[in-house]
Each structure stands twice: as C-alpha cells, then as structure tokens.
Design a protein around this ligand. Structure first.
Ligand code: PLP
Length: 450
C-alpha cells in the first residue's frame, strides 16, 4: 500500500534556511533609493526593519541558521505533511504521481506564519514594541497578528478597504489574536487622509496600504514595518517548505520531481517550495520544470515588464528591479486576493528573466473548477490562490508521461473564502483578462532609472 501522508518528526525539521542569492545565474540588481536612485545602504532600511532582517535581505551566505526560539514556535504545526494526491490521481486517470505540501495546517491557515514568526522574533530581540503592516485578503495580517500574540508585540494592520468590508472573518481572526485592524485608506496616516479627501469612497489596494504602513513605521520610534512577501528575507524564511519536501520525498525513495509548481502573488510560497529544489538545477545536476502560476487578471510575470519600480502606490518604498505591471496598477476584484499585487519578488523575477523558471496565467473559473475537483477528491477546500497551483498541476498531470513526479504547494485553505465558492457554484463567477492597453497605460508610470 502507498502511504498518503509523508511525515517528518520534529527532530527532522530543517535547522537552516536556504539562501538562493549566491547561486543565481545573474546577480540581483541592487535596490535603489526612491528619491536619489542611488543603491540603498543598510542605514536607509534601518527605520523600517531590525538589523538582523536587513542583514538577511542582503546576505550571500548560502545557509542561515534558524534561531531555536523560532523553531520552537514553528513546531506548533511543522513539519507539515507532504501528501500523495492518490484520489486526485485516480479521478484524473493520470500516469503521474502527484504530491502536495500542505501549508494550510498552520494556525492562520497558510504558509505566511513561517515568516511572520521569524520577523516578529527579530523585532522583539532588537527591542521593537509595535509592528505596522498591510494586508489584502487578510492572510498576512492574521499571520502577523498570531506571531505578535506569541511574542507579545503590538500589531497594527492596514487592511485594504474592499476586503475589510467583504471579509469580516479574517478581521475578527486578527482581533482574536490581539491585532489592531483599520480599513485602508484610513484616517491614521497623512497619505490615507489625502486619498480619502479626494476620493472618500476609495476601495484601497495593496500598494496603497503598504504606503500607509510604511508611513506609520517611519513616523514612530517604537514601530517597525513588516512585509509578508516579495522581499529576499521573506522568501528565505519560507524555504523550510521545500527543505522539508526534499527530505520527505527522499524518505520514501521517490525520485527528484519533474515538475514543481506554486502560485505567485509576491512569490513567497512558490519560492519556499521551489528554491531548495532549484539549488541542484542551478548547479546543472537536475533539470525539473519549475512553474510559477498567476491569475490572468494580474499577469505580472506573463505580461509585465522587468524594470525598476516602487513596491507601493505612493512611491515611498525603495525601487526594486522586478517584473511589474506599474505601481499604480489597480487590479480587478478577483477572488484570489493574495495574488493581486502589481510587482513580483526580485529573486523570482530574476529567475524568470533567466528562464530558470517558467510562468503561466489562468482564469479564475478554471481554477475554481480544479479547486472543487480537489476538494471532492483530496478533501481540503483550497484557498482561491492555491487553486492556481492545483489547476496547473492538473493540466500537467493530464499530459504527463508514465512515472512523472509532480509536486505543488497547497499554500492555504479556503475556509474564509466560501463566499467566493458560493459565487462560483451559483454560476456567477466571471473571468477577467487584464486588457493590454490598460497594462501599457500603467506601465507608462514606471519610473525612469538610468
Ligand atoms: C498570500 C497568499 C498567497 C500569495 O502570496 P505569495 O507571497 O506569492 O505566496 C498565496 N496563497 C495564500 C494562501 C496566501 O495567503
């Protein structure tokens, strides 16, 4: 009999994070100061992040030790199961073996606590009392509120207005963990007040909420800022996912995967699974296909430009070289809220530019159809974000050769996204492809950097 769940014991958990930076084909382009366009120094980032995080952001050490205190908390839910999707395989009649890493088992229901715990730990260690952040669908805000509760730090969350109104349960989750949540744009910051003055009904965006959280952190001595995706240190913290998966596949004598898949918003859960596998690919030892999957309505990797751009709407963050749809791109209200970001992690962008990884974009209705098939075979109701990875895995499995191994990341569950399932199941879900003219329009706003 084939085991369904491949488990590791707590003793077998990785004790170091894998840093892909030194193994990249092309070195990363340095982040630039938003005003001077000169490369940033650690001092420029000091108002926002604790020093240890800044060191990780620019580190070229291939391995970085995970502090014992962080490991002790991660063990609340890690190591996460690697699951052989036997029932899904049977339903598809595929020749492939499909595995998924189940990151939905964390307290917040996604992969995001993997970095939230580490980030809050370093802030606490350097005497920070309060952390400000933004959240879109609420996944990151809840992960950070959870981590702040465990380390007893105050957590201020700027939540995109449209989600704040439509997703009361994640807001309540943050509050249960003691987080302070406000709808963005808010009256708490100068930028928020200026937006509300010209547009009182503004529904917000992730870029706008980032501007508010950054302003909050810069203006208060006791506060730092925290980001749930995109940055190098966030991707680093997520590599526990792939490091565990490698051990899990080894433990059952499975071969190296042929296809590795993750959905991408800012790129962190994809990176977490894929980077440890890419270590061998970058050395020429293996050659798996590695696929980043995004929504057709926010096609950063498939239709964006590889340019320096701001991470936020107001232009307060450093300029980073990444695939971008332009920093004032306003994504349509699709249900995979976590995938609605105009940019992409610089490291994921670098790998896509160098063709080490490939990118695919899908419509939300086909992803929901795959999510429902997954729920009715494997049992777990996936997050709409994760359904993009599932859909890609299913497409790959349908055309797979005998014995092909496919692995994807199940980044979270969809228990707080049932309204989206309702829309899909009642036949009201619509597809939206971002028109090329509108993309060209937004791309005109990308700053000129020499
Ligand atoms: C936030 C989120 C994502 C997208 O963020 P990445 O940084 O690209 O991983 C994907 N899935 C879930 C469940 C999320 O909460």
């Amino acid at each position: 009999m084939t085991d369904r769940k491949i488990l590791l014991s707590e003793k077998e958990m990785p004790t170091r994070w894998y840093n892909i930076a030194p193994d990249l084909k092309t070195p990363l382009a340095p982040p630039l100061h938003p005003a001077t366009h000169k490369p940033l120094g650690p001092a420029d980032l000091a108002p926002l992040f604790p020093m240890e995080i800044i060191k990780q952001e620019v580190s070229i050490d291939p391995w970085i030790d995970i502090p014992q205190e962080v490991l002790d908390i991660l063990k609340l839910w890690r190591p996460t199961p690697l699951v052989r999707a036997l029932s899904l395989e049977k339903a598809l009649g595929t020749k492939a073996r499909i595995y998924y890493k189940n990151e939905s088992v964390s307290p917040a229901g996604s992969h995001k606590p993997n970095t939230a715990v580490a980030q809050v730990y370093y802030n606490k260690k350097e005497g920070v009392k309060r952390i400000a952040t933004e959240t879109g669908a609420g996944q990151w805000g809840s992960a950070l509120s959870f981590a702040c509760a465990l380390f007893k730090l105050e957590c201020q969350v700027y939540m995109v207005r449209v989600s704040f109104d439509q997703k009361p349960y994640r807001k309540l989750m943050m509050q249960a963990w003691g987080g302070n949540v406000v709808a963005s744009p808010s009256e708490l910051t100068e930028y928020g007040r200026s937006v509300l003055k010209s547009d009182p009904q503004n529904k917000g965006s992730l870029g706008l909420a980032i501007s508010e959280a950054v302003e909050d952190a810069v203006k208060r001595e006791d506060t730092k800022y925290s980001l749930g995706s995109v940055l190098n240190h966030v991707l680093l913290h997520q590599t526990v996912i792939g490091l565990e998966a490698i051990e899990q596949l080894k433990s059952i004598g499975e071969k190296d995967p042929d296809v590795i898949i993750g959905c991408v918003g800012g790129g962190s859960n994809f990176a977490g699974l894929a980077f440890p596998f890419l270590k061998d690919k970058l050395k020429g030892k293996t050659n798996p296909r590695v696929i980043a999957v995004e929504p057709m309505s926010c096609p950063t990797l498939t239709k964006g430009l590889f340019e320096y751009d701001f991470g936020d709407t107001a232009g307060l963050t450093p300029l980073v070289k990444m695939f971008t749809l332009g920093h004032d791109f306003m994504p349509p209200g699709i249900h995979a809220g976590g995938l609605r970001y105009h940019g992409m992690a610089p490291i994921v962008s670098n790998l896509a530019k160098d063709k080490v990884i490939e990118a695919k974009a899908y419509h939300q209705t086909e992803c929901f159809a795959s999510a429902v098939l997954f729920a009715r075979t494997e049992g777990i109701i996936p997050a709409p974000e994760s359904s993009h990875a599932i859909h890609c895995a299913i497409e790959e499995a349908k055309k797979a050769k005998e014995g092909e191994v496919i692995i994807f990341n199940l980044s979270g569950h969809g228990h707080f996204d049932l309204a989206a399932y309702d829309t899909y199941l009642s036949g009201k879900l619509e597809d939206y492809e971002y028109p090329m003219e509108k993309i060209k329009e937004a791309l005109k706003k990308v700053p000129k950097v020499d």
